[in-house]
Design a protein around this ligand. Structure first.
Ligand code: ADP
Ligand code: MG
Length: 389
């Protein structure tokens, strides 16, 4: 991403200098559909990010433009009950509204959004957008908020305003991640343990380029099924359930996935602590099978990408990542096999599906931060690193 270009476009559009607020996407190594069940997740923030260029306005309005999507946002912060419009601007308006409702005195601002994350690709562009916008609005208003609180308010905005009933993993990762580490997050206790990734493994993310039309409603339906299962078991959440035998046939596999996945996350974190990629990879394969068969959120293209990866020398493990129904797979790959694995994934997937995938080699990145402004319009281009092969 070219930050000088972003600043220049901002100045041309809004006639003032800007500040830059980056928030990363994430790839979840293991622990899928467990966050909204008070379970365990093990994500990594990545360098692919959303950057919000921002400057204060003299009035109470928020204007927001994206370099990726067409609609524009303009609304007055004094509006007490704004309604969602069913477009990307809901994420920004939802964040501004949620911050205001929570008592943070947000002032009017112009925002220009840029991103090198795939939109809707399962790498959490939505949370990155929310967290970068929230940090921009807070900083321009000289208001401090702890990173955890920012994450919670962004999740509330996505869930309550934009209508996607997500858990807390994406916003927590974008807000709080640590470079070089995976983040073991207990979504019930809200405890975080940062576990370093071994130096000789790489994360290869393969985008199937598939986006299921009913992604959001299917996601919300899975969540409703989990809540129903917990209710029937008399448990506060599926985290607290163990004997599933009384569940009806359509709910049993859903609950079985959540409970087995939590156990896999705990085992995977232990494997990571002792730098055991073989065991970690075995748990990734089990996770994929459980998501495909019990939770039923995979799709033929994700299964194909995982099958191709699993047959490659140097791949410790492969699985779908994110909510599913398309999007990306994550692969744990020996550092010296990365090039051949990227080539095999690109070639094999194109042969099998006729689709050109996009493959990223991701570095475990740090959480959201303000970036230094590019010094002048003629300075050399600062860029956010993005690796694609
Ligand atoms: P994911 O978070 O996995 O990328 P989601 O469906 O949760 O997928 O979020 C994608 C949505 O986030 C987009 O449909 C859009 O509304 C919003 N979004 C993401 N990136 C951008 C961007 N660069 N500009 C504007 N909106 C964006
Ligand atoms: Mg999202």
């Amino acid at each position: 991403m070219n930050l000088s270009r972003l600043s220049n476009i901002f100045e041309e559009r809004f006639h003032s200098p800007c500040r830059l607020f980056r928030a990363p996407g994430r790839v979840n190594l293991i622990g899928e559909h467990t966050d909204y069940n008070a379970g365990l997740v093990l994500p990594v923030a990545i360098e692919l990010s959303v950057v919000t260029a921002a400057a204060p306005r003299g009035d109470n309005k928020i204007r927001a433009i994206s370099l990726q999507l067409p609609e524009e946002l303009e609304f007055d912060l004094a509006e007490t009950s704004p309604s969602a419009r069913g477009q990307w601007t809901d994420y920004v308006q939802g964040v501004a509204h949620t911050l205001t409702q929570a008592g943070y005195p947000i002032r009017g601002a112009n925002l220009l959004i840029d991103s090198n994350l795939p939109v809707g690709g399962g790498l959490s562009s939505s949370a990155a957008l929310e967290v970068s916008a929230a940090n921009a609005l807070l900083a321009l208003s000289s208001v401090e908020a702890p990173a955890e609180e920012v994450a919670f308010l962004c999740q509330k905005a996505e869930s309550d305003f934009a209508g996607m009933r997500c858990g807390i993993m994406d916003q927590f990762t974008s807000s709080l991640a640590r470079a070089g580490h995976a983040m073991l997050l207990d979504c019930a206790l809200l405890e975080i343990e940062f576990v370093p990734l071994p130096a000789d493994v790489r994360l290869v993310v393969a985008n199937t380029m598939i986006k299921h039309k009913l992604q959001d409603s299917d996601y919300n339906q899975r969540r409703a099924e989990c809540e129903q299962a917990a209710r029937l078991l008399g448990a506060a959440s599926l985290r607290a359930a163990s004997d599933l035998s009384s569940l009806p046939a359509h709910l049993l596999p859903r609950a079985r996935h959540v409970i087995s996945e939590n156990a896999r996350v705990a085992a995977a974190a232990a494997a990571l602590r002792r730098a055991d990629p073989a065991e970690f990879g075995r748990l990734m394969a089990e996770s994929h099978a459980s998501l495909r068969d019990d939770y039923q959120v995979s799709c033929p293209e994700l299964d194909t990408m995982v099958a191709i990866a699993s047959a490659q020398p140097g791949v410790w493990g492969a699985r779908m990542t994110g909510g599913g129904f398309g999007g990306c797979t994550v692969n744990l790959v020996a550092a010296d096999a990365v090039d051949s694995v990227c080539r095999a994934l690109a070639h094999g997937y194109r042969e099998a599906t006729g689709i050109n995938p996009v493959i990223h080699v991701c570095q475990p990145a740090g959480g959201a931060s303000e970036l230094p402004a590019p010094s002048s319009r003629t300075s050399p281009e600062p860029a956010l690193r993005q690796s694609e092969c």
